[in-house]
Design a protein around this ligand. Structure first.
Ligand SMILES: [Zn+2]
Length: 360
């Protein structure tokens, strides 16, 4: 991106230290600026202060950047929904981590006390305040304070770059495949858009447990890369009808699980690819919001459909453990902080294969 100027958005408030810091701030639809804002005060109580090192881009960033009619929020807004960093300071009541620890953070401000939170189903919190980087200020800044209970330690062998994919991309896929769809070794899964950040993650996670993976991509170069990740069958959806190919590949039986996030362009096709009693799990709809569905087909075929959004803190632990075990994210591009918008444009244009990471 050109023309990013570091400017003063608001006169930085005087803080205890009087320091300022950089923050990537959405000031209008499709307009992100790198500005100087007041640095946070020392963390109080059970809060920690995190120095951000890497930000993972996700499609929710594109939604936020474009502007969504239903997203209640006030601009300017600091962007960034998933990140890795290190503890810069801790509040007096914090015992779970110390200065210098490498961490990632859960990106939704949950209450920590409702039934869902107590049961570890954090993404079903009854009192969730907001999604950081979408409704309220997010992670794309040098420093931020947040509750220590939302922070997860990063294993030594996992880089900041890779760890930045754990809270949203890896966590979401872990939750979709194993908590919701309950994918098992030996089953067959259709992964839509295998070149995306979550699609590439789903291919690797499904292969790692011994599932057979069929995936769709939009061009031959991506097909090669998907095969290199271990996908057993790759379909170029621009040149072949994926529903027919899947039927052929599965001897007309269909797949056990369909992994969806594309939406109207593929959703009904994904349902058609399921075997009787098959499971479809979806976490997105990048091609639009609404579809019409054949209800006869839904109940006669006994499909199970799971809506999935985000993950639990446990899923982030599981994701980082997988990374430490060698199941690392597929990185498309690393961009410097000032080129955040270039990353978003690349993501929006579906040119990516894997994750785009913004490095601080
Ligand atoms: Zn809660």
């Amino acid at each position: 991106m050109t023309g990013v100027a570091v400017e003063t958005l608001n006169k930085p408030e005087a803080t205890a230290s009087g320091r300022t810091m950089r923050a990537l701030t959405l000031v209008a639809d499709r307009k992100i600026e790198l500005v100087e804002v007041a640095a946070p005060p020392p963390p109080a109580g059970g809060d920690v202060q995190i120095r951000i090192k890497a930000i993972g881009l996700n499609h929710i960033d594109v939604w936020g950047w474009r502007g969504m009619a239903f997203a209640k929020r006030k601009l300017p807004l600091i962007v960034g929904v998933e990140a890795a960093g290190e503890i810069a300071a801790i509040g007096p009541d914090v015992t779970s981590c110390k200065v210098g620890d490498r961490v990632v953070a859960y990106g939704a401000l949950t209450c920590g006390t409702c039934k869902a939170c107590r049961e570890g189903r954090d993404n079903l919190c009854e009192n969730v305040a907001a999604i950081m980087g979408f409704h309220i200020d997010g992670f794309a800044r040098d420093l931020l304070n947040m509750p220590a209970r939302l922070v997860v330690p990063v294993p030594k062998t996992v880089s900041f770059r890779d760890a930045a994919c754990a809270p949203v991309a890896f966590g979401t896929v872990q939750h979709m495949l194993f908590d919701n769809a309950k994918l098992e070794p030996g089953e067959t899964i259709l992964v839509q858009a295998g070149g995306s950040g979550i699609g590439s993650t789903a291919i690797k996670m499904a292969k790692a447990i011994g599932a057979t993976v069929i995936t769709t991509v939009g061009d031959d170069a991506k097909a090669e890369k998907a095969r290199a990740l271990g996908a057993d069958h790759v379909i170029n959806y621009r040149t072949e009808r994926f529903e027919s190919v899947v039927r052929k590949l599965t001897g007309k039986k269909g797949v056990d699980v369909a992994f969806e996030h594309v939406g109207p362009d593929t959703f009904n096709g994904s349902l058609l690819c399921l075997k009787r009693g098959g499971r479809l799990v979806t976490c997105g709809s990048t091609s639009g919001q609404s579809i019409t569905m054949n209800l006869f087909q839904l109940y006669l075929q006994q499909y199970r459909i799971f809506g999935s959004f985000g993950c639990s803190i446990r899923n982030i632990h599981e994701s980082l453990a997988k990374m430490a075990g060698g199941l690392t994210p597929v990185i498309d591009t690393e961009v410097p902080l000032a080129e955040f918008e270039r990353g978003l444009a690349r993501l929006e244009g579906r040119q990516v294969f894997g994750k785009i990471i913004v490095m601080f």
